[in-house]
Write a protein that binds this ligand. Structure first.
Ligand code: C2E
Ligand code: MG
Ligand code: MG
Length: 453
């Protein structure tokens, strides 16, 4: 990459010595004393050559201080500088003497690990660095916890030049950032997929931050009352190129990052706001909102729910949170605690997609649950090896014996409706009643039903 060779070991030694010569100033970052970006690239060139001769592998870590701008704003530029210097020291001291550390720009550092001793060498190095940041950085009058994020690329596995190594490690860092992970390793096989996913995740982040998502509402039909008593709020992403993107496509991506919390907070707030509006229009219906598996571990969820109900003055009995059977089983301990707190607020909990997973019924019985939503695969019979009506009857009876309301989802035809009615099912949801509708269309639908009734 750079033509003039530079002896990497002498440069590394020099990092620990005072900056005497004028020339040295060009090589080292004046704030941290680490190598600057350009000389670092020459060290990489040099190490790649050595690794070719010795048939060894090397790893490049690009390291980002998460939230440096926030530190600068909150604590001042001097504090930001002190954090940079201490970060440089801690990274340097966590690594071997033969490793090189550089400051790339702002809050971005890089470390080159030549002669890797094993495949997981970079992960062990990251672990060591993270351990060095276990204790907060102490400034004059405050302590700051510093979070780091890492992008990793390997030579010769996925790169053949310095430029490629840096580009791939940077891509891995962006990938880790988009997914809110502490590190990501670049790998050739998933290159295109990763980049596309990364772009998609970033677009989704913008959509959530700029409130570009929308809710559609699917009516829930009470068989005994013969009327719509509630609606399920289903999130959509109106995309300028791809139209309405299904939640099945973007919820898993949001779940892999910290995006799921703001997304869900928006959905809960918007669904409760819409419910308050309908209540003002003399439409006293309930609203169900889906809660992701990951949020069963998030202690802030009850507060988010309480705030929405308070702000829009909606009584808690109008709100139901749907949690899938699988999510509950995967988050047993903490999940039960959050469900108890939500139950204390006076809202209802529903077990969604029931019958699609394998759960311990004894465990589910102990939870504060009011509704069982039978999965569409059970309703259509797709999941049953045996007679689907027998399976349905068993689930409905089981739900009733536990004092739960039983809802059937995905009901598309009249025959299925009649059979569910006969089996004593309480609520029907599905295309037979209506597809999910935009808020205005939902209101028109309800007005038509009212006039017809
Ligand atoms: P779900 O909660 O089980 O929602 C029911 C899904 O079945 C919805 O798909 C609905 O449009 C679809 N559906 C309803 N009736 C019928 C029918 O008769 N036939 C067929 N074939 N499909 C029917 P949608 O809206 O694409 O949502 C898919 C899943 O995405 C939801 O499944 C839910 O798990 C998740 N989801 C939706 N909105 C949110 C949200 O705000 N937060 C979270 N965490 N997940 C959400
Ligand atoms: Mg649902
Ligand atoms: Mg469902």
């Amino acid at each position: 990459m750079m033509s003039e060779p530079l002896d990497s070991s002498s440069v590394r030694q020099a990092t620990k010595q005072p900056l005497k010569e004028h020339k040295v100033v060009d090589i080292f970052d004046s704030l941290t004393g680490l190598l600057g970006r350009k000389p670092f690239f020459r060290v990489i060139d040099d190490e790649i050559e050595k690794s070719k001769l010795g048939c060894t592998s090397l790893a490049l870590l690009i390291i980002d201080i998460v939230g440096l701008r926030r530190i600068n704003l909150a604590a001042g530029i001097d504090a930001g500088d002190a954090v940079l210097c201490e970060t440089a020291n801690r990274i340097r001291e966590s690594l071997r003497n033969c490793d090189s550390v550089a400051r790339m720009s702002g809050g971005e550092f890089a470390a080159l690990l030549p002669s890797m001793i094993s495949e997981d060498h970079p992960i062990l190095a990251i672990d060591k660095i993270l351990q060095a940041f276990h204790d907060p950085i102490e400034l004059q009058n405050q302590k700051l916890n510093v979070e780091l994020r890492f992008g990793v690329a390997l030579y010769p596995n996925t790169c053949s030049s310095t430029e490629q190594l840096v580009r791939h490690a940077t891509t891995a860092l962006l990938h880790a950032t988009a997914r809110s992970r502490s590190f990501s390793v670049y790998c050739e096989e998933s290159k295109d997929k990763d980049l596309a996913e990364y772009a998609f995740a970033l677009e989704l982040r913008t959509a959530v931050e700029q409130n570009q998502l929308a809710l559609h509402y699917q009516p829930k039909w009470d068989i005994k009352a013969q009327e719509v008593t509630a609606a399920e709020a289903l999130v959509r992403w109106p995309h300028r190129e791809h139209g309405f993107i299904s939640p099945n496509k973007f919820i898993p991506i949001a779940e892999e990052s910290d995006l799921i919390r703001p997304l869900t907070a928006w959905v809960i707030n918007e669904a409760v706001r819409q419910t308050a509006e309908w209540h003002r229009e003399a439409l006293p219906i309930g609203i169900s909102v889906n809660l992701s598996a990951r949020l069963l571990q998030d202690p802030e969820v009850p507060e988010i729910v309480k705030n929405a109900l308070d702000i829009w003055s909606v009584k808690p009995e109008y709100l139901t949170l749907e949690v899938t059977e699988t999510a509950i089983m995967e988050n047993r301990d903490q999940g039960a605690e959050i469900l108890d707190q939500l139950n204390d607020l006076g809202i209802s909990i529903s077990i969604d997609d029931f019958g699609a997973g394998y759960s311990s019924f004894a465990y589910l019985c102990d939870l504060p649950v009011e509704e069982l939503k039978v999965d569409r695969s059970i309703i259509t019979g797709a999941a049953a090896n045996t007679d689907s009506e027998t399976v349905l009857r068993t689930i409905i009876d089981l739900g009733h014996n536990l004092g739960l309301l039983v809802t059937a989802e995905g009901v598309e035809d009249e025959d299925k409706y009649r059979s569910l009615e006969r089996l004593g099912c309480d609520i029907i949801q599905g295309y037979l009643i209506s597809r999910p509708l935009a808020a205005d269309d939902f209101l028109s639908f309800m007005m038509r039903k009212r006039q017809a009734g």
